[in-house]
Design a protein around this ligand. Sequence first.
Ligand code: SF4
Length: 371
Amino acid sequence: MLERASIVVLDVATILKIDVKALQLPELEDKVQKFAEPAYRARQIIDWLYKKRVGSFDEMTDLPREFRNRLGQEFAFSSIDIARVLGSRDTTRKFLFRLADGNLIESVLIPASPALYGSRSDRRTICISTQVGCAYGCKFCASGLEGFCRNLQPNEIVDQIIAVERESGEKIDNIVFMGMGEPLANFDNLMRAIRIINAPWGLGIGARHITLSTSGLAPQIRQLADEPLQIRLAISLHGATDEVRNQMMPINRRYNLEKLLAACDYYIRRKKQRLTFEYILIANVNDSPDQARRLGRIARRLGAKVNLIPYNTVHGLPWSRPSTEQQDQFLSILRRSDVPATLRREKGHDIEAACGQLRLQTKREVETATS
Ligand code: SF4
């Protein structure tokens, strides 16, 4: 039985406080010194947050009580609650989280996949969200169906990993930002979260095990290229011409293929890194041999890899996945063009694993139950 949808009213003081899990270690050291405490207190707090993973300042028992009270007055210490977990036959698990303000987001835990993003084997991968809803309205995507609500804070991004590790008992070693939201539209919070995920004092996950996927925000791709972090970048291309891309992705009208590919070129030159193109195969929309040949030419020119993903049906949307023969034909055209390409038979097809589906389904069930 579902709980009623809850809009949580937070008091103004809580909203205005910075969450302690949004801070980098040097920032925390600064704050601690302003409280006239020794700098090593910051390390102690960080250990409680990311090694012992406590849920409140009160549990940080090697800190003086007065200092703990002071921390509680100064900082928020939020957490995210698991509202629902769905597991599938192939053990992909989907987590629906309720945030402190009552909003819902999703993460997906994918225990083992072949090397999708260049690492030898993507094991225990988590796909996480960066926004509540999404403003970009890709026509095939459940997350865009109800529009944009808000950006996630850095702590809400990091907390998805911590909560999934706690619930599953598994150590996550690969992160993909491909859940709900356009990551690059929440650039500053995302970068903050990635630094915490990557830092040895934080979650300690190597930059090369972190992949960010974008629908094609060309200026932010250039901005990311200028960041020192060597995270991997995947572009959700889904069409090899403006005509096809325009049908599915409104962002293409702002940054067309020419602008997007120029930004990709810049990224590759700055990072000396191979890009991945994500390409969801949708029947009679982007699965023709002509699109495969054009995609092959683009990918070969940029030295990019292609991940083909047969479309995951979304209730309420008219699109469908191509036949297995059509998928295989598309793949073989790419391979004949000398492009490294994989066809990802989507895990979790039976648990509404596509981006935004579980949240949407749960919201609709709650609305029906409460109407
Ligand atoms: S595919 Fe990504 S960018 Fe497009 S609507 Fe869905 S969440 Fe937003």
